[in-house]
Design a protein around this ligand. Structure first.
Ligand code: T5A
Length: 207
């Protein structure tokens, strides 16, 4: 049994990650590929509790260091109990956000040191990195408009436009640093066109 592939979706608020995670899930299932769909922060009972704390606007003011550590605490649980076992049994894992989000939000948005994030990444993940990351990119305004239609904002969605500009810049930098792994896809085009590009990016992994 060969190891499964690990695919992550990334991007700012409302760019279409969840929509396209479902699209790829159906696309792979139609090809008889066993798929586990999951998300971060979250994916296990404990990690989902941490997600609720992290997203809840009513949680006490969270120190930046605590936010960073809670993201990696949730990730450690998720890797150990969901992602690693799934990949080991040959399933593909599609994850809605992963560590690039930490570089973007805690690194870019909160200005935490990249070296610290790298250190935690190595501690929690060892050598594990996604096989493919689909970075959906759109102007901040478009993502916020799409997310707004969904209703009340969570703790992150309530941040300033400047915060999201910083997040976007950090994501684009991640793509520049990791051009083999991260495929940048323009998300401000019709969904059918976005999904056509996603299929073309996925196809080398299917061979
Ligand atoms: N976080 C997370 C960190 O700070 N650090 C970390 O390490 C991690 C892992 C998680 C929050 O946690 C933070 C970042 C986040 O703020 P989340 O729920 O995963 O939150 O992230 P959100 O971005 O809030 O998720 P959204 O559901 O808002 O955005 P999606 O999933 O990108 O967007 P989606 O698919 O729900 O689409 C939004 C709307 O747009 C439409 C869809 O139909 C939907 O209505 N749409 C399009 N419309 C037109 N054209 C297209 N091409 C479209 N694509 C989608």
């Amino acid at each position: 049994m060969s190891r499964g592939k690990f695919i992550t979706f990334e991007g700012g608020e409302g760019v279409g990650k969840t929509t396209n995670v479902a699209f790829v899930e159906n696309y792979l299932k139609a090809r008889q590929i066993p798929v586990v769909v999951t998300r971060e922060p979250g994916g296990t009972a404990l990690a989902e509790k941490l997600r609720s704390l992290l997203l809840d606007k009513k949680t006490e003011l969270i120190a930046e260091e605590a936010e960073l550590l809670l993201m990696f605490a949730a990730r450690a649980q998720h890797l150990k109990h969901v992602i690693e076992p799934a990949l080991a049994r040959g399933d593909w894992v599609i994850c809605d956000r992963f560590t690039d989000a930490t570089y973007a939000y805690q690194g870019g948005g909160r200005n935490m040191k990249i070296k610290t994030i790298e250190w935690l990444e190595n501690l929690v993940q060892g050598n594990l990195r996604p096989d493919l990351t689909l970075l959906l990119d759109a102007p901040v305004r478009i993502g916020i408009e799409r997310a707004r239609k969904r209703g009340a904002f969570d703790r992150f969605e309530s941040e300033t436009v400047q915060f999201f500009e910083d997040v976007r810049r950090a994501y684009l930098l991640q793509a520049e640093i990791n051009p083999k792994r991260i495929k940048l896809i323009k998300a401000n085009q019709p969904l059918a066109d976005v999904q056509q590009i996603i299929i073309s990016v996925l196809s080398p992994l299917l061979r």
